[in-house]
Write a protein that binds this ligand. Structure first.
Ligand code: F0G
Length: 459
């Protein structure tokens, strides 16, 4: 292959623009909202069919970087830096070699969902166990470039874990604002170990966002929630990496969990940009799945035809997506429209069952990620996705993030909101695999093994 010189590639300058009124932002406000109309901002690249951006050249460069030992090249985010906002000094990026996450076949899940073939891109295989790392590396690098000492986020647990780790790597201080009692233990323990100042507020995620917005107006702290447009630029690289992993063959559908609605917006932006740059000639339909108890986008689409947000009082054991007033709902709707995707909601029992099915494929994920498989089943039943179409689920968080949920589920002790315990148990009993406590004898263990085989034969 012809040698490629990455230095000859021009890195597009970028502008930050309001998604509402279209105004170009100069100095960004601390809350990353348009100073004129209050809407969210977005990074835009004034690409023009410039030959430097020839798709084949960039594909070759990105592929070649995978064999490099340079930190920036071995990051699954910065490897794609030609389509990212440019840092003053690339070598100042704070990276933990994030991205580079695997795409797995899920044969059992495919059977359960009624499709011929199913794949998952597991973003839980990032350094802190969730997709947040891909956005964090970019946004925190801009925080440092802008000389901030403090960074902060309101979080349902994964953003805070990621931010705390990256802040520590960048020798910055981090302030974590989380709802008390509604964070999975894995995530809370991460932010403690990474040294964040962790504040558990007596409110929900949406209340935490309100408090943090007040704080950033009163103190020089860099906001790392997904309203920060640099976060979404980093997160979009998962879509580019996915296309690369599929040899640039576009899947028919990508299914994403929806919480604050930044991630599906970021992935959609990347697919559309890849099409615009000629890397691919179509985009996948992006569908967003929410928990029934935290379904503001679902209700916005079905009750208000997408015209105005229907905020909800969120309640779900998939705590990562326990969000009632999502910041990026307009961006998300634009992606649904541009890609002809749809939004679906799933019950607590459907989430729990799907989580065990993803586990039984030897992969596993946290509850919020399992909404994707649960949603896929419904989209197949409704005819939106047909059996022979290619589907990729985006699994957003690692199975070890929320072991309490998993253990309580298998012990038959999970109590979910919005459903009577007896009903939940009857819907999920078949999937429960409680540990068996036995005397320390081979006979006892072999007896359990035989009973298990017999149950499987009859099941
Ligand atoms: N899956 C997981 C595991 C998450 O942690 C989140 C969001 C989502 C899905 C939803 O992504 O918000 O971009 O629509 N977690 C945020 C947090 C809110 O604070 O960790 P989204």
């Amino acid at each position: 292959m012809e040698a490629v010189d990455a230095n000859r590639i021009s890195r597009g300058s970028y502008i930050v623009r309001c998604i509402g009124c279209g105004a170009t932002a100069g100095d960004l406000a601390p809350d990353f909202r348009c100073k004129r109309c209050g809407e969210l901002l977005e990074v835009n690249f004034p690409w023009s069919g410039d030959d430097d951006f020839h798709a084949d050249r960039l594909k070759a460069i990105w592929r070649e970087r995978r064999t490099s030992n340079q930190a920036l090249d071995s990051s699954g985010v910065w490897r794609f830096r030609e389509v990212l906002p440019e840092l003053d000094d690339w070598s100042s990026a704070i990276t933990m070699r994030e991205g580079n996450t695997p795409v797995y076949d899920l044969p059992r899940c495919a059977r359960a969902a009624g499709v011929d073939h199913l794949r998952a891109k597991h973003q839980g295989m990032n350094p802190t166990g969730s997709f947040k790392d891909t956005g964090m590396t970019v946004a925190i690098s801009f925080a440092r470039q802008n000389n901030f000492h403090w960074v902060a986020c309101a979080s349902t647990g994964n953003t805070s874990a990621s931010m705390a780790a990256y802040a520590a790597r960048g020798a910055m201080r981090s302030l974590v604002i989380i709802p008390e009692g509604k964070i999975a233990w894995g995530k809370l323990s991460q932010s403690l170990d990474y040294g964040a100042l962790t504040c558990q507020l007596r409110t929900d995620f949406d209340g935490c966002v309100r408090v943090l917005n007040d704080i950033i107006r009163r103190y020089p702290i860099y906001l790392l929630n997904s309203v920060n447009p640099y976060r979404l630029e980093g997160q979009k690289t998962a879509a580019i990496e996915l296309l690369e992993q599929l040899d640039w063959r576009v899947p028919d559908h990508v299914v994403v969990p929806g919480g604050n609605l930044g991630n599906n917006s970021a992935l959609g932006k990347a697919f559309l940009e890849m099409k615009r740059l000629g890397f691919v000639d179509s985009v996948p339909k992006i569908s967003v799945i929410q928990a029934e108890g935290a379904n503001p986008l679902y209700r916005t689409v079905h009750e208000k035809a997408g015209k105005e947000l229907v905020p909800v009082e969120a309640e779900t054991l998939a705590t990562a997506i326990r969000i009632g007033n999502p910041a990026s709902w307009r961006k998300s709707l634009a992606v649904l429209q541009a890609t002809n995707g749809c939004v679906e909601q799933v019950s607590e029992a459907e989430i729990a069952v799907a989580k065990t099915e993803i586990g039984a494929d030897g992969i596993g994920c946290e509850p919020a990620s399992a909404v994707t498989l649960a949603g896929l089943k419904k989209l197949v039943l409704s005819g939106f996705i047909s059996r022979s179409e290619s589907v990729v689920l985006i699994l957003t968080g690692h199975v070890l993030k929320d072991p309490e949920y998993t253990i309580n589920f298998h012990r038959g002790e999970l109590s979910v909101p919005r459903m009577a315990d007896a009903e939940f148990q009857s819907l999920t009993k078949l999937q429960q695999r409680a540990p068996v406590v036995l005397d320390a004898s081979a006979d006892a263990v072999l007896g359990a093994l035989q009973a298990h085989e017999k149950a499987e034969r009859h099941g």
